[in-house]
Design a protein around this ligand. Sequence first.
Ligand SMILES: CC(=O)N[C@H]1[C@@H](OP(=O)(O)OP(=O)(O)OC[C@H]2O[C@@H](n3ccc(=O)[nH]c3=O)[C@H](O)[C@@H]2O)O[C@H](CO)[C@@H](O)[C@@H]1O
Ligand SMILES: C=C(OP(=O)(O)O)C(=O)O
Length: 425
Amino acid sequence: MDVYKIKGGKRLQGTIRVSGAKNSAVALIPAAILADSPVTIAGLPEISDVYTLQTLVEEIGGKVEMKDGTMTIDPTEIISMPLPNGNVKKLRASYYMMGAMLGKFKHAVIGLPGGCHLGPRPIDQHIKGFEALGAKVENEHGAIYLRADELYGAKIYLDVVSVGATINIMLAAVKAKGKTIIENAAKEPEIIDVATLLSNMGANIKGAGTNVIRIEGVETLHGTKHTIIPDRIETGTHMIMAAAIGDGVTIDNVIPLHVEAVTAKLREMGVKVEVGEEQIFIPKTEKLHAVDVKTLVYPGFPTDLQQPFGVLSTQAEGSSILTDTIYPARFKQIDELRRMNAEGRVEGRSAIITGPTELQAATVEATDLRAGAALLIAGLLASGETEIHEIEHIERGYGDIINKLQNLGADINKVKVLTPSSISE
Ligand SMILES: CC(=O)N[C@H]1[C@@H](OP(=O)(O)OP(=O)(O)OC[C@H]2O[C@@H](n3ccc(=O)[nH]c3=O)[C@H](O)[C@@H]2O)O[C@H](CO)[C@@H](O)[C@@H]1O
Ligand SMILES: C=C(OP(=O)(O)O)C(=O)O
């Protein structure tokens, strides 16, 4: 079993480069299968979610080459094969294979997705959208069966603002007959990125990035080249890390507009954030004040950064209330942080964290991706050697993280440890 071992307390300094956005990557790859000639995507992050999607595309007959973060997907021999089990359960975004395969073949069988356990994560709005476009959707033995004779454009109002449903409906609608209007659509930058790729493939999409998206269906889509946007959640994670234990850290390959909510909260805490065109510099922070945070849909404070932000709150003077309105139960990291001497408790949909606290090393579990990011930052701060288990969650979202942190001066290594179960294997 692989774990991360971190000897904490080393101040970080230097430049860290952000990879391509996970939540774009995992939608761009399924989008590419809608084309009838090869699509090249540059700047993909080297994360397990990307490799799992590569395998899924290969399972249905796609030819995929990946080198140095550039993936070429040749969809010409893709067939409509059911994907009821296996790799679909390893990540959340396998749900995009529903929209993409429905759009391409008018039918699909895809197992219910995996991904982080953040409390209930229904996909009713995705299904509502597919049904509005004319598909019959049934859940049989844990797989979603989608069937249509033809897909027709429709007006779809999302009852909940959902990134996944917005993108999935776009994927299904780009080749439907007639006009689709998605109202109360999500506005995340990843949605614009996917719409840009689809448009360059020949789709007719207007309004991505606003809450009304209009799509005029086209008959065919063709190959193109696309460069992915930087990961705003990785950017925010490094900003938080730099504020917690940096002695001057430059975060490179950034779109500052995408992290404005994080910048504002850090400044409110007393962090100096120097914003350039494609870089953000965070000098050593002297004193942090507690602040309250409420997660909201974009451009609000992202739920994916609530857990890492909580670690910074352990270093701030006073009590911080972190409320997650998107995933009200996204607080599994609190128990783990308490093992490290943090003072925190969960009340309803909020975590209340009091500081400043000197964190102490412990053996902890990355229960989900961003809990893992939180524990990484906690481990970098804590005195002693922290051991993080279940790191496969972290590696779904942070590519090359050990190298990146070592380059900033962190004492972190990925090591194999023997457990009773690994000995008997
Ligand atoms: C692969 C990917 O892009 N994952 C991101 C995506 O997840 P995901 O696309 O799963 O998140 P959504 O934006 O869909 O979910 C937002 C909220 O809507 C609810 N909901 C969603 C769909 C639905 O059909 N019904 C419903 O009730 C969810 O339970 C949640 O409370 O956005 C989340 C919110 O920014 C991020 O945490 C995830 O990192
Ligand atoms: C929750 C996340 O991912 P996923 O939706 O892929 O589980 C995340 O990126 O924080």
